[in-house]
Structures are given as structure tokens and as C-alpha cells.
Design a protein around this ligand. Structure first.
Ligand SMILES: [Zn+2]
Ligand SMILES: [Zn+2]
Length: 397
């Protein structure tokens, strides 16, 4: 294949010169210059590739950028460093390699035509964490679509070391485009063993829904979802949660544990409490409910985040019950990706089928072609669906 990258390409961007953070929302669809490999200007390009985007997933963090609720500092600081105003957003990628640097070919074996996804955290490889095998918490990491240009564009330049080869004979392309957020949930569900355990999942938004599927796929015992949103609760049931509790938040205390939910989870676990609770909502009250609903000696996985302080309602309840708290960020690179691949490629667990049929609604309104992309209708799409995928070049098997 001869590379024929056009001069200009379509991209979804945040531009701080046109849209001040405090008074704007959304992204702009614009034409920008396509990325090029220029090894004569930058030695790094020898280890990079140009990828033609096939599909790109729209993440919860992209929603945070859309509504200007998250990543303000990271975007502005990185634009300051680059002396620019425009950031191409997006980090959940499925694409096809169209140009390869000589080291990306020689050292990593990539060639034109390879289909890849990407780890979204670009790690430095030399900080303390990277050197002791914890590169998912690299001290110098950059995030695609936030601190470097992202994949809501026809083309993206990426370092070969971040890429993950994907077999489209085994994973359908729309699902392959969301391996990265699915991997977040895999990381959360592999932090402690789940086989045979009772698992309570607080917040069944996109990542919580993935967690229902993964906990089941990894052999969890009873799976209990908790979500006040009837749409999310219904999706969790359709994905196979044994029970879904819909707390009534009217007049609820923003900090205190919801004792009704605690009681319901204890009843669903023979009065013992959940072995493992996953806090995926970021709400302070959910954090305290998770601690209250977890059995003595159990574990709480923390994934949801919100800015600002979080109050531990009952410190004795946490300490005296010997509950372990684990924070989860990103994916272990690439251990989590190997588990992700095997869970998605194994058709017998029905995970891939349920992601497509239930979470992506079989593509109804959830797959948006970039040619038709328009800010207002897209905002309504991301408000109504747990997951949206933007089709760039697409893929015809
Ligand atoms: Zn994401
Ligand atoms: Zn590092």
C-alpha cells in the first residue's frame, strides 16, 4: 500500500482562542493539517507510525472536556508548552497503519496495513515507576487527546511502543475501538480475585456496565449493581447482574451512606456484606455506602473520581472492619490488555456480543459518522447513550 495522506484532514478540536474554558462547551469540527513522519526533523519519528482512524470511542473524560468539567489544567499546560491554542481530542482508537518509521518497523515489527488500538497513556520509560514495572502510574505520562493531539481525526501520529495489535476477525471493529475503556474495567476487576466472590458495583455507567460483564466472565458469584438512573439500572440487568438496586436520591445526604442500600446488599449476601465493592460513580455518599456494604475483611475498589474532598463518614467502620481500599487508574501496560483481548475474543462468555447489542444498542444512534457529525445532535447522543463511537474511515470486512 502506498501512503497517500492528504494535506488536510477532519478533526474534532478544543480551541482555547475561540472557546474560553469558562464560557463555552462542546468541540469544533475543523480541517487541520494531517500529521507527517519527519524523521529528518525529529528522531522520535523513526519510532512512530501514522495511523488512519477507522473508529474512535467517545469517553467519559471526553464528556468532561465537552462540558468543561475536567482536564482544564492538563490541556492548558500542554498547549502552553507547545505554544498553541488547539488540541485534537480523543484517545479510544481503532485504526490502520499507513506509514511506519524505520525503527517502528525494525524494532516493533509494524507494517503498513496493520490494525491497531492504542494505550492512551504515553509513558516515559525512565522514571522510578516505569523502572520498577509500574508504568501505568508513570510520573511523566502524557495522555492522548488531552496532553498530546488525539484520535478524533482522520490521521494520528503515535509512538509504536503504545500500540496494541488487534485482530478484526475476532473482535468487531466498533467494539475493538473501545478496548481502552473496557480495559479500565478489566484493571478494576483484576485488582483482587473475583472468582466465587459477591461483587457490588456502585454506578453502572459505561465502566460499571463493563464491570458487570467482566466480573461475570471472571467467575464472580453474586453480582449486585447500584444505580439511581433507571436506564443504567436496566442495562445492568440486561447484561446479567443478579440484582440491581435503584436508590432514591431525592433529599439524600451527599455524604452519608445510604443505609437502605447497605441493608439491601447485606440481605442479598446472606447478611454478610459484599466481598468486593467497586465504587465507580465518584459520589461521596456512594463511597460511604460501599464501605458500609462491604463485609468485614472485604475490599473496596475505587475508580470513580470527582474533584474536591471526600469525607469518610465512619472511620471506625472502615478501620475496625479491616476493609482494604484499592485505587485503580488506567490499565497495566500491557498485562491488562492481554486479559482484555482474551475476554473479548472468547465468544463463549458473550461479552463482545452484549457490548454490541446492549451497551452500543446494536449501533442504533451510537455510531456517528464524522461526515454527519454536528455538535448539537452529538451532545444529545452522548447524553442519551452510555457509549458513542465516531466512525472515520470505517471498516468493511
Ligand atoms: Zn477513555
Ligand atoms: Zn515514567
Amino acid at each position: 500500500m502506498i501512503s497517500s495522506i492528504p494535506e488536510q484532514m477532519r478533526a474534532l478540536i478544543y480551541d482555547r482562542s475561540l472557546d474560553p474554558w469558562e464560557t463555552s462547551k462542546g468541540l469544533r469540527k475543523v480541517e487541520v493539517p494531517s500529521p507527517r513522519l519527519q524523521p529528518e526533523l525529529s528522531g522520535k519519528d523513526r519510532s512512530a507510525v501514522i495511523i488512519r482512524t477507522l473508529y474512535a470511542g467517545f469517553c467519559g473524560s471526553d464528556r468532561g472536556i465537552w462540558f468543561r468539567k475536567a482536564f482544564h489544567e492538563m490541556i492548558y499546560d500542554s498547549l502552553d508548552d507547545e505554544a498553541r491554542d488547539r488540541r485534537i481530542v480523543g484517545h479510544e482508537l481503532l485504526g490502520q497503519i499507513v506509514e511506519v518509521g524505520d525503527r517502528a518497523a525494525g524494532k516493533y515489527g509494524y507494517k503498513v496495513g496493520d490494525v491497531v488500538s492504542t494505550e492512551s497513556h504515553l509513558v516515559c520509560g525512565s522514571c522510578y515507576q516505569c523502572r520498577v514495572g509500574q508504568n501505568h502510574v508513570c510520573a511523566e505520562d502524557k495522555i492522548i487527546g488531552i496532553s498530546v493531539d488525539g484520535c478524533f481525526a482522520d490521521y494520528i501520529k503515535l509512538p509504536a511502543k503504545a500500540l496494541w495489535k488487534t485482530n478484526l476477525k475476532r473482535i468487531r471493529p466498533e467494539v475493538a475501538a473501545i478496548q481502552e475503556p473496557f480495559g479500565n474495567a478489566v484493571h478494576a476487576c483484576t485488582k483482587v480475585p473475583l472468582r466465587g466472590k459477591s461483587v457490588a458495583i456502585f454506578g453502572t455507567g459505561t465502566i460499571g456496565l463493563f464491570a458487570v460483564l467482566i466480573a461475570r466472565g471472571l467467575g464472580a458469584g453474586r453480582i449486585i449493581g447500584v444505580d439511581p438512573n433507571p436506564l443504567h439500572a436496566d442495562l445492568a440487568r440486561r447484561l446479567g447482574a443478579d440484582e440491581v438496586i435503584e436508590p432514591d436520591l431525592r433529599g439524600a445526604d451527599p455524604v452519608a451512606a445510604d443505609e437502605q442500600v447497605v441493608t439491601a446488599i447485606r440481605e442479598a449476601t446472606q447478611g454478610i456484606g459484599a466481598d468486593v465493592s467497586m465504587e465507580m460513580s465518584g459520589f461521596n455518599s456512594a463511597f460511604n455506602t460501599a464501605i458500609g456494604a462491604t463485609r468485614r475483611g472485604g475490599e473496596v475498589i475505587l475508580f470513580g473520581i470527582k474533584d474536591g474532598p471526600v469525607v469518610v463518614e465512619s472511620f471506625p467502620r472502615l478501620v475496625m472492619n479491616g476493609i482494604a481500599l484499592h485505587s485503580v487508574i488506567g490499565r497495566q501496560i500491557f498485562e491488562t490488555w492481554t486479559v482484555t483481548r482474551s475476554l473479548l475474543e472468547d465468544r463463549s462468555n458473550r461479552i463482545q456480543e452484549l457490548i454490541w447489542e446492549v451497551i452500543l444498542g446494536a449501533g442504533q444512534e451510537t455510531i456517528v459518522d464524522i461526515a454527519d457529525w454536528e455538535a448539537e445532535s452529538f451532545e444529545s447522543c452522548i447524553t442519551r447513550h452510555p457509549k458513542a463511537v465516531i466512525r472515520f474511515a470505517g471498516w468493511d470486512a
